[in-house]
Design a protein around this ligand. Structure first.
Ligand SMILES: Nc1ncnc2c1ncn2[C@@H]1O[C@H](COP(=O)(O)OP(=O)(O)OP(=O)(O)O)[C@@H](O)[C@H]1O
Ligand SMILES: [Mg+2]
Length: 255
């Protein structure tokens, strides 16, 4: 008898999920990217216990049509590309159609979503890859995804998580980057019930920096702007008052 086995679907799904979701901050990154791709102008991230027990991302984006909600949880299901040609011109952060499927394979994932064309939204719950609920529900425009008990069914992943404070620090970093890269989006980050930062979303980078890093830092920064034929660069840089011996707090975003 040969030695090579085709893995059953449940095992294969867990392995595939592990490629996308390494730790709680990966979940936050994927959910926030989905909110940004949905043209949200306001995004709130709430976490508890370093994101291991609770992560919630709320946006006021376009929402998902009722008939699409369960499809969104399938692997390789995406509204962002249709065919191979589209890979040449991607303008969204996501395109693989893997994030929701992976997140919901290793947690209890609840989604509440509504589009502008529907009076009622949909509430869907997927736990460990199995649909537990899918029904009509009243909700505001946009999407809220709540992820509980991450890695409840993958003990090996769970074991490699660090202390809650360390996992929370990874999430803080993701949220800071997300907020700084999109000064036009109002971004709120709440950790264990405490407001950590709340950006105004007025498209003024200096105001975003002030919300994220405080008044002293934002005031001591200098504007940078330069254009060549092909490239343009725009942002803020520290004056000599803010110099640091390492590359911490340097953020670059391309496109
Ligand atoms: N917050 C959201 N608002 C509106 N639509 C969403 C939201 N989150 C997910 N979707 C829809 O669900 C689909 C699946 O999401 P998912 O994150 O799994 O895949 P993706 O974003 O297309 O690609 P990737 O796996 O690279 O993130 C998206 O293509 C999008 O249509
Ligand atoms: Mg995505």
């Amino acid at each position: 008898m040969g030695k090579i086995n085709v893995l059953d679907k449940a095992v294969a799904e867990k392995i595939a999920a592990g490629e996308v979701v390494e730790r709680p901050s990966s979940v936050v990154k994927e959910l926030v990217e989905n909110s940004f791709d949905a043209q949200a102008t306001s995004v709130t991230v709430e976490i508890e216990h370093g994101g291991t027990s609770y992560i919630r991302v709320t946006d006021n984006g376009v929402g998902i049509m009722p008939e699409d909600v369960s499809v969104a949880f399938l692997r390789h299901a995406t509204s962002k590309i249709k065919d191979e040609g589209d890979l040449e011109g991607i303008s969204t952060l996501g395109f693989r159609g893997e994030a929701l499927c992976s997140v919901s394979a290793v947690s209890r994932t609840e989604m509440l979503t509504r589009t502008a064309n529907n009076d009622m939204g949909v509430y869907m719950v997927v736990e460990g890859g199995e649909t537990k609920e899918n029904r009509t529900a009243g909700c505001p425009l946009g999407t809220t995804v709540t992820v509980r008990n991450l890695f409840f069914n993958t003990p090996a992943r769970m074991k490699f998580l660090k202390k809650d404070a360390t996992e929370a620090a990874y999430i803080t970093d993701i949220c800071q980057r997300a907020a700084l890269s999109h000064p036009e989006i109002s971004f709120r980050y709440i950790r264990d019930g405490r407001d950590i930062f709340f950006t105004p979303g007025d498209n003024q980078l200096r105001n975003t920096v002030r919300a994220v890093f405080g008044k002293d830092i934002s005031q001591a920064m200098l504007d940078v702007e330069e254009k060549t034929g092909i490239y343009s660069i725009k942002g803020l840089t520290g004056s000599n008052k803010l110099s640091r011996p390492n590359r911490n707090m340097q953020y670059f975003f391309v496109n």
